[in-house]
Design a binder for this molecule. Structure first.
Ligand code: GDP
Ligand code: IMO
Ligand code: MG
Length: 429
């Protein structure tokens, strides 16, 4: 038996939430280990749709949810999300949700700085979610962040706010944005503290106990490998490491705790925000994929950019993140297309490449070389076994497996929880 880490293998929104929800029935606990409420995970269970940002998707299955130290937590957003899902009938309490006491907080000036910087970048903007993720991680690495445990120490909060505001108010003023008042922020934090602290604990102790008791741990990644701050299309990335290795450091466990790494990939490609996207389609097919796939950001409502499946990038993600198996989602969106293209290399200044180089101009210049595959006539929508898939759809899946050098472990054929085909149980290793 292995623990399982679920991570995105493209640019996010691959369907991690659906897959985590589905796998959570086989797990004892679900752990978020990086990112923050920039994530948007949609779960469809019968007539109910849950949209989660910060809360681990396992809560829908009433599994213990854990927010690890690698996550940046906006305390107000967390409480609002707890209220929202509670109104939908889920039970969230300190008995079902635990938060690392050493996780860093996202504060109001982080979002303000994120948005002011994006505005100042103009055409060069990253297209962030504007939720303060980057500035919060910057403060963590700069050793001035306020962390969950600090909420219990008013003097610590006061001292840290002095340093934080010296930094942030200077930056905000230079960008022509409004500055923040210490007394107001301190009062705000002290008012939030009694609502957050009951969830906080030294998580590593609990995780160590769970592990020794043989409990199954499901690590839920946010964003994706191509948004990883090291391995993604830098600087058009998020501010955390999204690869599976982060599950260990972002939860407080050793690397051996991770087990099976399940990479989630759409059967085509999408991206929200700016940045290189070699297989992007600006034609009617791109439009069709977006319409059929309902490609609108869960948080932002922004239309996602769409394109063909990029086997070069997913193969790269398989390698850098150590993906053991792939969950291929949204196969149904390709139903009825007469031909499908899969990117197998890039032409950059005349030369053929089989990876995406790191230099920004090379990334922008990468022009895809395609392999063309025949489409299928029948429907894959809602299929729950291989037998229900048209032969050509199976061929498409098999070709992807070859190109990305990873086996398909799971297939998803609609947003609905149970419209899933299991090839191999990742918890069995
Ligand atoms: P995440 O961020 O990786 O969790 O993905 P999102 O939830 O942001 O976006 C994925 C979207 O695709 C959601 O609206 C899901 O309900 C939907 N979805 C997931 N799997 C499938 C699938 O196999 N087919 C279709 N048509 N939709 C899916
Ligand atoms: P899930 O978990 C897709 C993108 C933003 C932007 C870049 C940086 O739902 O897959 P940030 O606010 O993180 O500083 O923005 O990353 N981005 C996502 N795109 N899915 C996500 O999460 C994303 N989280 C951030 O659009 O391009
Ligand atoms: Mg999403």
């Amino acid at each position: 038996m292995a623990n399982v880490a679920v991570i995105g293998a493209q640019w996010g929104d691959e369907g991690k939430g659906k897959v985590v929800d589905w796998l959570a029935s086989r797990a004892d606990v679900v752990v978020r280990f990086q990112g923050g409420h920039n994530a948007g995970h949609t779960l469809v269970v019968g007539n109910e749709t849950y949209k989660l940002s910060l809360l681990p998707s396992g809560l829908v299955r009433e599994k213990l949810g854990i927010i690890g130290n690698g996550v940046v937590i906006d305390p107000e957003a967390l409480l609002a999300e707890i209220d929202k899902v509670t109104a939908q009938g889920l039970r969230v309490s300190p008995a079902t949700l635990r938060i690392a006491e050493n996780a860093a907080l996202i504060l109001p000036f982080h979002g303000a700085l994120d948005r002011a910087r994006e505005a100042a970048r103009g055409d060069q903007k990253i297209g962030t979610t504007g939720r303060g993720i980057g500035p919060a991680y910057e403060d963590k690495v700069a050793r001035r962040a306020i962390r969950v445990a600090d909420l219990a120490e008013p003097e610590t909060l006061s001292l840290k706010l002095d340093e934080l505001l010296r930094h942030h108010n200077t930056l905000l003023a230079s960008l022509g944005a409004e500055t923040f008042d210490k007394a107001v922020l301190l009062a705000w934090l002290l008012a939030l503290a009694p609502r957050i602290l009951p969830y906080a604990e030294p998580l590593w102790i609990r995780l160590d106990e769970l592990r020794r008791a043989g409990k199954r741990i499901l690590f839920e990644g946010a964003q994706a490998v191509m948004l990883d701050v090291d391995h993604g299309t830098y600087p058009y990335v998020t501010s955390s490491n999204t690869v599976a290795a982060t599950a260990a450091s972002g939860a407080g466990m050793g690397p051996g705790a991770i087990g099976f790494v399940l990479g989630i990939a759409k059967s085509y490609s999408t991206r929200v925000g700016s940045g290189p996207f070699p297989t992007e389609l600006h034609d009617a097919t791109g439009q069709l994929l977006g319409d059929r796939g309902n490609e609108y950001g869960t948080n932002t409502g922004r239309r996602r950019r769409c394109g063909w499946f990029d086997a070069v990038l997913v193969r790269q993600a398989v390698k850098v993140a150590g993906i053991n198996g792939l969950a291929l989602t949204k196969l149904d969106v390709l139903d009825g297309l007469s031909e499908l293209k899969v990117c197998t290399g890039y032409r950059i200044d005349g030369a053929l490449h089989h990876h995406l180089p790191a230099a920004p101009r090379a990334q922008e210049a990468a022009s895809p070389e395609y392999e063309v595959l025949e489409g299928w006539k029948g429907s894959t929508r809602g299929a729950r076994s291989w037998g229900e898939l048209p032969a050509q759809a199976i061929k498409y899946v098999r070709r992807i497996e070859e190109l990305v050098e990873a086996p398909v472990t799971l297939l998803s054929t609609s947003p609905e929880r149970d419209d899933t085909i299991l090839v191999r149980d990742p918890f069995e290793g």
